[in-house]
Every structure is written in C-alpha cells, then in structure tokens.
Design a protein. Structure first.
Lengths: 180, 148
C-alpha cells in the first residue's frame, strides 16, 4: 500500500503542477475570493490525492479535477446558508477591483480604460447569473472548454448547457448595452 | 427559455465563440484575459499561507468567541432568571404560609369567642326559663296560710 502510494506520488505531483493553475483560476473567477479559491484548490487536490488510486481514467484528469472543484464550491456555499455569516465572512473583491486586472499590452490609456469598463460589465453580468449558469459560462468562455467536456464535467446535458450559455450571453449583451 | 423553445421543446442554441458579434467577442476575450492575468498574478505572488491562515484563524476565533459569548450570556441569563423565580416562589410560599397561619389563628380566636358567646347565651336562657327548685313549695305554703 505504502509502496503503491510512493509510486503514484511523482505522478500526482505532476498532475498538481500541470492542473493547479486552471483549477485555481476557475475557483477564483467563481468566487472572486483569493483566499477561498486557494483553500478550495488545496481541498480539491487533497480529495483527488485521496481518491487517486480509484481514478479509472474514464474522463480526462482535468475533467475529473474540475468536477471535484465544482462540487467543493457547491458544498461551500451550501454550508453557508446563514446570510449573516455569509456577509460577514465573505472576502470577495468587488467588481471594480476584479476589473482592474488586464494583461499588460501595448494599448493606449484610453483603450485600457474602455477594456476595463467592458470587463467590469461582464463581471456584473456574471454576478447576476445563477450558480449553474456562471459555472457553465466560466468553463466555456474563460477555460474555453468544449460543450461535450463541460457536459462531462458538470453532468448536464449539452442541450441544458447551450440554454445556460444562451441566457448568460443575453445577460452579458444587456450589460454591454444591448448590442447584438 | 424563450417562448419559442417553450412551445417547441427545443433548447436555445448557444452560438460558437467564432459566431459571436465582434463587440461581444471582444468583451469576452478581454474578460478571459483579465481573469487569466488576475489568476496568474495571484499564483505568482509569494503568498504567505500563514497570513491567510492567521486571517482565517482570527476570523474563526472571533466568530467562535462571539458565539460563545452569546451562548454564555443566554445560559447565564437563563440561570439568573431561574434563580430569581426560585427565590420569588420561596418568598411567595412563605407569605402564603404566614397568611394561612394568621387565618387559622383568627379562625381559632373567632371559634373560641363564638363558643364562649354560645355558652353564655345558654347559661342566660337556662337561668331564665328553669323555675327555681323551691318555687312550688313556696307557693304551697302561701296557699296553706291563706286557707287557715
């Protein structure tokens, strides 16, 4: 048993190194809370490590890990039903702060301001989405996952995913000023 | 779900990223880039886990302390209330016993007085209604002297 664990250890550390950024990014975008995203990422890999031996490889490692991350996030919000505690202990950054982040490019100051404004509007739209819509939206437009992959990750049908994406995009359009 | 999809039972199709209008596509692309930049910055930052732990621990400690204080306050309030009620109940019992004792004493006094009055009244009635033991003899002697 110990020998089996030893043999899987280097393999698993490789999995952590290669998939941690994506898991953290998804959780960060979902929660807008750096500490929480970090904690949930650690929990995700801890869970994955515990069940690594039973992972049969029916899906990709990324799909499996993302599924664990989504479940952890769901559990987290479900366990904090009391609004008082949710409000006092949340550490989410506000939308303006989240919109501050832009890749350092060669764009002008005006372009940067406009881009920041648009990013803020998308964040606002994302905030108004339901938990499921947000998850699907982020997997599609931030992680650029295929619909079939999102279906495997979330356990939803592709039709449902398309419906969620359609509604999410409609909301983003509305926030951007009704442009189609 | 739109009214068309509700009646036709078909789901709304989300357009592919490439099919999106340029403005939306640009906004989504900037959003993605922003999230990536933020995530990369946070990942690259030498974050002290201890700081996080300390912050979280502090918050946890504060939360538990507040909860413990509330619990202790509620419990001590309850105990104090119970104790006060016990004292009040004892005082009420003492007052009631005293009252009962006074009522009993008064009743005993009244009974004694009533008995005394009754006996006095009986004595008076008896002395008034019962003829003197010698009265018939006196009457006879008076009758005899008259006839002689």
């Amino acid at each position: 048993m110990a020998r089996a664990e030893e043999s899987t250890a280097p393999e698993f550390s490789h999995v952590v190194a290669s998939h941690r950024p994506q898991i953290f990014r998804f959780l960060l975008a979902s929660t807008r809370d750096v500490d929480l995203a970090e904690t949930l990422t650690q929990e995700c890999f801890l869970k994955a490590h515990r069940h690594w031996a039973s992972f049969r490889g029916e899906s990709t490692t990324m799909t499996w890990l993302m599924r664990i991350a989504i479940n952890l996030q769901k559990d987290h919000w479900r366990n904090r039903r009391v609004q008082f505690w949710r409000q006092t202990s949340t550490n989410s950054v506000d939308l303006d702060e989240a919109s501050e982040w832009l890749p350092s490019g060669e764009s002008s100051q005006e372009q940067t301001l406009l881009a920041r404004e648009r990013v803020g509007q998308v964040w606002k739209a994302v905030e108004g989405l339901s938990e499921r819509q947000r998850t699907v939206f982020l997997l599609r437009f931030v992680e650029e996952m295929e619909l079939s992959e999102i279906a495997r990750t979330t356990g939803l049908s592709e039709g449902t995913i398309k419906a969620h994406l359609s509604r999410a995009l409609a909301r983003v359009r509305t926030e951007l000023g009704g442009r189609r | 779900m739109s009214w068309i999809s509700r009646f036709t039972g078909r789901t709304e199709d989300a357009p592919e990223i490439e099919e999106l209008d340029p403005a939306l596509k640009q906004a989504l692309s900037e959003f993605k880039a922003s999230v990536h930049a933020w995530s990369d910055a946070e990942m690259g930052r030498t974050r002290t886990v201890r700081a996080t732990v300390v912050r979280r621990t502090w918050r946890l400690v504060a939360g538990w302390s507040l909860a413990a204080m509330l619990l202790a306050g509620t419990a001590s309030g309850g105990i104090y209330e119970y104790h006060q009620r016990q004292l009040q109940a004892q005082a009420a019992a003492i007052r009631e016993a005293e009252h009962q004792r006074q009522l009993a004493a008064q009743k005993a006094l009244e009974d004694a007085q009533q008995e005394e009055d009754m006996l006095a009244s009986v004595d008076t009635d008896v002395s008034r209604e019962t003829p003197s033991a010698m009265d018939p003899l006196v009457q006879l002697s008076e009758d005899d002297s008259g006839t002689q």
